[in-house]
Design a protein around this ligand. Structure first.
Ligand code: PMT
Length: 210
């Protein structure tokens, strides 16, 4: 199983970067739950400050481009891919080599999209099961359905990220699973480890159904 976790960092200059508040806890909880079920697990993680789960191999990366390269390198060994990472959607095309000096004038940053790793995996997944996430403020189901179809996923985990106590950085999570069968399963709020187990329960059902 190949799992991505945490944020990516996209450099602006020698000391600054664009990123987000992902802690990696959801991805690491998935890795721990998968390893506890006997899976051989590789995690590709952005910059996180967590102890790796026992028995899991962790590859540390920084940028979306590095995450893409590590994911593609380890894809041949995987039968299930779970993309819990909060990959930055934009980056500066040519980060400054030194520190950008503060001037009096406004500063405009021009950004370009990062590679969409999930979409690329959807095009090349073969018989693998592919699970994407959709982090949304507001109802995550419409966007999860859109991503399921447009990125070739078997399941998309819709994750509300505008509520206290769940989502980014929290110990708990509350998610909705949108399946390629059309089924939608709302999971109650629980620890990320518990949510990870419920995701795998559903994923295995899906595998046995195919
Ligand atoms: O890390 P935690 O603090 O525990 O928080 C968990 C979480 C909220 C980060 C996690 O549960 C979650 O929702 N992860 C997905 C966050 C996200 O970036 O969602 P998105 O809707 O922007 O991206 C959709 C999907 O495309 C994701 O599977 C993402 O990994 C993938 N993606 C996005 C951009 C990109 N350039 N390449 C990608 O592969």
């Amino acid at each position: 199983m190949l799992i991505t976790a945490g944020p990516t960092e996209e450099p602006l200059d020698a000391v600054r970067f664009l990123s987000n508040r992902s802690s990696g806890k959801m991805g690491y909880a998935l890795a721990e739950a998968a390893a506890a079920r006997g899976a051989r697990v590789t995690v590709v993680a952005g910059p996180v400050h967590l102890d790796p789960p026992a028995g899991v191999s962790v590859i540390k990366v920084r940028t979306a481009e590095e995450m893409r390269a590590a994911v593609l390198e380890h894809l041949p060994e995987a039968t299930i891919v779970v993309k819990a990472a909060a990959v930055a959607d934009y980056r500066v095309p040519a980060p400054a080599a030194g520190k950008i000096k503060k001037g009096g004038a406004r500063l405009t940053l021009e950004l370009e999209p990062t590679p969409d790793i999930l979409a690329e995996l959807g095009r090349m997944k073969g018989n693998r099961l592919l699970v994407g996430f959709a982090a949304e403020t507001g109802d995550p189901i419409p966007e999860a359905r859109r991503k399921l179809a447009s990125k070739g996923c078997d399941m998309v985990v819709g994750n509300r990220v505008d509520r206290e106590g769940t989502g980014f950085g929290a110990e708990d999570n509350e998610v909705v699973l949108v399946m390629r069968t059309g089924e939608v399963v709302a999971l109650p709020r629980a620890s990320k480890r518990e949510v990870a187990d419920r995701i795998f329960d559903r994923l295995l059902k899906l595998r046995h159904a195919s």
